[in-house]
Design a protein around this ligand. Sequence first.
Ligand code: PLP
Length: 397
Amino acid sequence: MTLLSAEIADALSKGSWIRRIFEMGAEMKKLHGADRVYDFSLGNPDLPSPPVVGQCLAEMAERAQEPFAFGYMPNAGYPHVREALAEQVSREQGMAFTADDLLLTCGAAGGINAFFRAVLTPGDEVLCPRPYFVEYGFYVGNHGGKLVTAPAKLPSFDLDVPAMLAAVTERTRVIMLNSPNNPTGRIYSEEALTELARGLKALNAKREKPILILADEPYRFLAYGGATVPSLPRIYPYTAVASSFSKNLSLAGERIGYVAVCPTMPGKEDLMAGIVFANRILGYVNAPAIGQAILLKALGSQVDASVYEDRRAAMAKVLADAGYEFHLPEGAFYFFPKAPGGDDVAFVGKLRDQRVLAVPGSGFGLPGYFRLTFCVDRKVIENAAEGFARAIQDFEK
Ligand code: PLP
């Protein structure tokens, strides 16, 4: 007997790859010692938050006794924080956003859920390229929607625009794009995004409601070698951006993010009102007061991205020296190499035999690959070189 709904019982019984590897990793660390297990499974930012975060918390402690220091607030967040954030989003996206164009949310994940709650009718489809961040299926399902995927271009993982457009149906309500991408590290090219926007505009002409794009951008700040992340609101007006400070300020546990709606979107006031209402009725009510206070002080600061860039180079060298095939990530903190032999689950097992932890591509909707996260010290990457080399040995020609 289970007290659970069939859907949740089913999800729990399947488990998640990341969770499984995490649990195996914990066992292995007990057995071999933490420094002899090379764990590339989790995307939990390991760099310390910038000092301004601690300074802000100290100031908040001084004010903690004041009435309403942590009281309820408008569901969209503190107006002065929204104003300051609008300036930053305007700089990042290269167009003028005002405080009324955005709301603060419980991380990007909270924002994505509020957005879907506001726009999906049960049975609607959300389309995204695969591989994809596996939580998307749950976020869409939470609101009665169905996640549909179309293949990305291989081996570059750029958008395959004809494949995306071919997967659009009458029920497609949202196209979800994550760039820089988890798990591939791909930044979608301006050309591909412009071509997609052109195709969508043509489809919209025959529809009652336009298809929306949701740009999921928590990794926007992590673009390597001078790469830039194109602004989707500039390319397609029916775009909303969901983002957070989980990665750029290493605040993942504090749950602070936002949704910003393209300032030139027809009907944007209506959409904003719907997302703010959904943020309330989903029980988030508003984004954390402490997170917003931190944000106000920390806007413009970020973790030292050069550390990630350095690790990317170290990982690329380890993988290339050992003979792996991979696309060098342009952004985010993931590699998504090809699994030698083609069976990703079996190959991740081979890596595990070498005490190297990775996640099979099957966990992201693309078997035949595996994901490595570089939220670990450069030394861990270098010390894992031997394990990477041994695991591939059986497959070398
Ligand atoms: N989207 C992607 C692609 C992610 O990788 C993550 C977190 O890892 C999220 C959204 C959720 O981020 P947040 O912590 O801001 O909710």
